[in-house]
Design a protein around this ligand. Structure first.
Ligand SMILES: Cc1cc2nc3c(=O)[nH]c(=O)nc-3n(C[C@H](O)[C@H](O)[C@H](O)COP(=O)(O)OP(=O)(O)OC[C@H]3O[C@@H](n4cnc5c(N)ncnc54)[C@H](O)[C@@H]3O)c2cc1C
Length: 435
C-alpha cells in the first residue's frame, strides 16, 4: 500500500494534461489581512473571494496547488452537499435546509461565472446524472426527484429505462435523474486557474509551505511554517485531512472530527469516436446512487475517467486497486473489455460523522475553518467558500447556520476510528449489494 504522504504516488491523468505554474516557498516574514491554509478548491475559492473584495491575502499550500483531493477527484460538478437534503432538513430545520439548498445550487452558477470571468480553461461541460441499478435504488431516486421538485423547485429530469440508453450505453441502469446544473470539469486545471486568478487579484500564493502551527499575536494571528511566518488579521483553515499535521490544539480537535477515506480512479486510453458515443452519448457525467458508488465521465480526449471504491484505512492506493477498478468499469461497460487503462491513481476524502461540512471558529473568532465535504466537494467547496468569505466580511448568518450543527469526533482514536467506521459501513454496503 502507498500512503498519501508518499511523493511516489501514481501520477494522475490530470497532472499530465495540465500546465502547472510554480509558486515560491515562504522564506520570509510577511503580513496580510487574511491568511488561508490549503491550496485546494476550498482554500483557493475563499482566498480569491477575499482578494476580490479588497483584502490582502496570503495562501499557504504544503505541497502544490491542487495536490490534495481537489486536483485528483472525479471532476463531477454536483450542486448538492454529500449528506443529502434529508440530513440537512433534520439538522437545520426547513428554513435552514432551504437556505443551504439555495447556497449550493447558487454555487454551481457562480462557479461557471468565475470560470468565465477569469478565463479558466478547465474543460467544463454541463450535465450530471445520478442513476439506479436496482428497483429500490430507483424508488429512492424517484422519491428524491419528487421531493426536490416540490420542496425546492428543482428542475431535474427523470430518465426511465426506455430513455436510459440515450444517455448511458450500459444495461446496468434502470432509471436516472438528469441535472443540467451539474456537469464536469478537469479539476486540476480548475485549481491552477483559480490560483492564477488569485494572483491576478493581488493575492500571494506559496507552495511547499506547510503550516506547522499558529499563535495569537496582538490583534491577529502569527502563522508559522518551517521557513517563514505570516502575520494575519484572520486565519482560514482549509487543510482537509492535512489538518492533523498542524500542532495547534484547535487543529488537533478538528482532525478528530474527520475520517480520511481512500478512493480511486482509472482513466482509459482515448476512445474512438464511435466507442465514446456508445458509452456516454450525451457526455453527461454519471454516478450511481449506492453507498459506495461508481462514477464516470468522458474527458476532452474521450478517455473514460472511472472512479469508485473506498478504504477506511485512509490509504490512497492499495495493491491491485487498478485491476479492481477495471473489473468495475467492464461490469458497467462490457464494450470496454479490450480497452487499455493509461492512468490509475487515488486520493483521500474527509468524511464527517453526518457527512455535513464542519464549519466554525476559535474562541477569538480570528481563526475560522471548514472541512468534511465527505466526497462531494467540487461545487460544495465554492458554496462554503462563499459562506467563509461573507463571515470574514462580518455577515455571519450562513456561517452560524452551519456552525450550530453538532459535529462529533469519530470514536476510537487515530488508529481504531477507521476500522470501527468500516465495520459500521459494511452493513450499508451489504444492503447496497443485496439485490
Ligand atoms: C478520488 C476522489 C474523487 C472525488 N471525486 C469527486 C467528484 O467527482 N465530485 C465532487 O464533488 N467531489 C469529489 N471528491 C471530493 C472533492 O475532491 C473534495 O471534497 C474537495 O476537493 C475538498 O477540497 P478541499 O479544498 O477541502 O481539500 P483538498 O483539496 O484536500 O485541499 C487541502 C489542501 O491543504 C493542503 N494542506 C494540508 N495540510 C496543510 C498544511 N499544514 N499547511 C498548508 N497546506 C496544507 C493540502 O496539501 C491540500 O492541497 C473526490 C475526492 C477524491 C479523493
Amino acid at each position: 500500500m502507498q500512503n498519501l504522504d508518499d511523493e511516489s504516488l501514481p501520477l494522475s491523468l490530470y497532472e499530465v494534461t495540465a500546465e502547472r505554474v510554480n509558486y515560491p516557498e515562504l522564506t520570509d516574514d510577511v503580513s496580510c489581512d487574511v491568511c488561508v491554509v490549503g491550496g485546494g478548491l476550498l482554500g483557493l475559492h475563499t482566498a480569491l473571494a477575499a482578494a476580490e473584495s479588497g483584502a490582502s491575502v496570503v495562501l499557504l499550500e504544503a505541497r502544490r496547488v491542487g495536490w490534495g483531493a481537489s486536483g485528483r477527484n472525479g471532476g463531477h460538478l454536483i450542486p448538492e452537499f454529500s449528506c443529502g437534503m434529508a440530513k440537512l432538513e433534520s439538522a437545520l430545520g426547513d428554513g435552514g435546509a432551504s437556505r443551504a439548498w439555495q447556497i449550493v445550487r447558487g454555487a454551481a452558477h457562480e462557479l461557471r461565472s468565475r470560470i468565465e470571468r477569469h478565463r479558466i480553461d478547465c474543460d467544463q461541460r454541463d450535465g450530471h446524472m445520478e442513476v439506479a441499478i436496482a428497483q429500490r435504488h430507483a424508488d429512492r431516486l424517484h422519491q428524491w426527484y419528487e421531493h426536490a421538485r416540490r420542496r425546492y423547485g428543482a428542475q431535474f429530469r427523470w430518465i426511465d429505462r426506455s430513455e436510459m440508453q440515450r444517455h448511458v450505453g450500459s444495461q446496468r441502469y434502470i432509471a436516472g435523474l438528469l441535472d443540467m446544473d451539474g456537469g464536469h470539469v478537469h479539476p486540476l486545471k480548475l485549481c491552477i486557474g483559480l490560483a492564477r486568478a488569485l494572483e491576478d487579484s493581488g493575492g500571494q500564493v506559496f507552495e511547499r509551505s506547510a503550516v506547522t502551527s499558529w499563535q495569537a499575536a496582538g490583534e491577529g494571528v502569527c502563522v508559522e511554517t518551517e521557513t517563514g511566518t505570516v502575520l494575519a488579521k484572520r486565519l482560514v483553515l482549509c487543510a482537509n485531512v492535512g489538518i492533523s499535521s498542524i500542532r495547534a490544539p484547535l487543529a488537533q480537535r478538528l482532525a478528530k472530527r474527520i475520517l480520511p477515506v481512500g478512493t480511486w480512479i482509472i482513466a482509459t486510453q482515448p476512445l474512438s469516436g464511435p466507442l465514446a458515443q456508445s458509452v456516454l452519448p450525451t457526455r453527461a457525467a454519471v454516478c450511481d446512487n449506492r453507498f459506495v458508488l461508481d462514477y464516470f465521465r468522458l474527458d476532452r480526449d474521450n478517455r473514460l475517467v472511472f472512479g469508485g471504491g473506498c478504504s477506511y484505512l485512509g490509504m490512497a492506493t492499495p495493491q491491485g486497486f487498478a485491476a479492481g477498478m477495471r473489473r468495475a468499469m467492464t461490469r458497467v461497460f462490457p464494450q470496454l473489455s479490450e480497452t487499455r487503462i493509461d492512468y490509475a491513481w487515488g486520493g483521500v476524502i474527509d468524511i464527517t460523522q453526518q457527512r455535513i461540512p464542519d464549519l466554525g471558529c476559535d474562541d477569538t473568532g480570528r481563526v475560522i475553518y471548514a472541512q468534511g465535504f465527505s466526497g462531494s466537494g467540487v461545487v460544495a467547496t465554492m458554496a462554503v467558500a462563499g459562506i467563509l468569505e461573507r463571515a470574514l466580511g462580518g455577515d455571519m448568518a450562513d456561517f452560524t447556520l452551519f456552525q450550530r450543527i453538532d459535529q462529533k469526533p469519530f470514536p476510537g482514536g487515530p488508529w481504531m476510528r477507521g476500522p470501527l467506521t468500516a465495520a459500521g459501513m459494511f452493513w450499508y454496503r451489504f444492503l447496497d449489494q443485496a439485490l
